[in-house]
Design a protein around this ligand. Structure first.
Ligand code: 5RP
Length: 221
């Protein structure tokens, strides 16, 4: 069975009538979006806030009603994927390049459910290179400052030019190896001028739904 489909579809069951729902980005949440679209056709009344242009397009295509973040007082529930998650529900996100909007939406959400396949669940974070969104201005200086924190930095490319986020910024993927102190690293990275934000999500997720072969497991905070 497809672990992403199992986890993604299960999360859609937590969405209730009247909710404002943060709609994450990626191939696992895609299954949540399809399930939500089915439920909307059956009468579920929700408003979705997409975390990326990609998700916005999928939601529009499948008839999920949307609303802008600035037009709501809060978000009831956000469902999003992750590139790595540990038992504390600290996450590495940004594999799809949407980390900034994902973090803004997670921050304003009362609850956040992470959906993932079993490969994403780790005891120590850091095998997946940490995505960091940086502004293009003076980007090589920002890269040098990141390298001084002890990582190898790769500028993410789209064919031969730098990948551009929905916010017009670059993504650099930073290999630190094992990350024993995510909070300390998070703060050090974000103190560098030129860094917009990084893919460590600490204290946002309340629950993870992880596909495990033909079943799902839950991690709760
Ligand atoms: C996008 C993300 C995604 O949630 C993350 O990359 C997981 O994606 P997938 O469900 O396709 O494995 O953080 O910025």
């Amino acid at each position: 069975m497809n672990e992403k489909k199992l986890a993604g579809e299960k999360a859609a069951a937590y969405v209730q009538d009247g909710m404002v729902v943060g709609l994450g980005t990626g191939s696992t949440v895609y299954f949540t979006l399809l399930k939500l679209a089915e439920r909307v056709k059956e009468g579920l009344m929700i408003k979705g806030i997409p975390t990326s242009k990609e998700t916005e397009a999928i939601a529009i295509e499948h008839g999920i009603p949307l609303i802008a973040l600035q037009d709501v007082s809060s978000i009831d529930l956000t469902i999003d994927g992750a590139d790595e998650l540990n038992d504390d529900l600290t996450l590495i996100k940004g594999g799809g390049g949407a980390l900034l909007r994902e973090k803004i939406i997670a921050y304003h959400s009362t609850h956040m459910i992470v959906v993932a396949d079993s490969n994403k669940s780790v005891s120590k974070l850091g095998t997946f290179p940490l995505p960091v969104e940086i502004v293009p201005f003076g980007y090589n200086k920002t890269v040098q400052s990141l390298e001084k924190l002890g990582c190898r930095v790769v500028i993410r490319n789209n064919a031969s030019s730098p990948f551009l986020t929905d916010n017009g910024n670059y993504i650099v993927d930073c290999s630190f190896g094992e990350i024993p102190y995510p909070s300390t690293l998070h703060d050090k990275i974000n103190q560098i001028p030129g860094v917009v934000d990084n893919g460590l999500f600490i204290g946002y997720a309340n629950k993870a739904i992880v596909g495990q072969e033909n079943d799902i497991t839950f991690i709760e905070n």
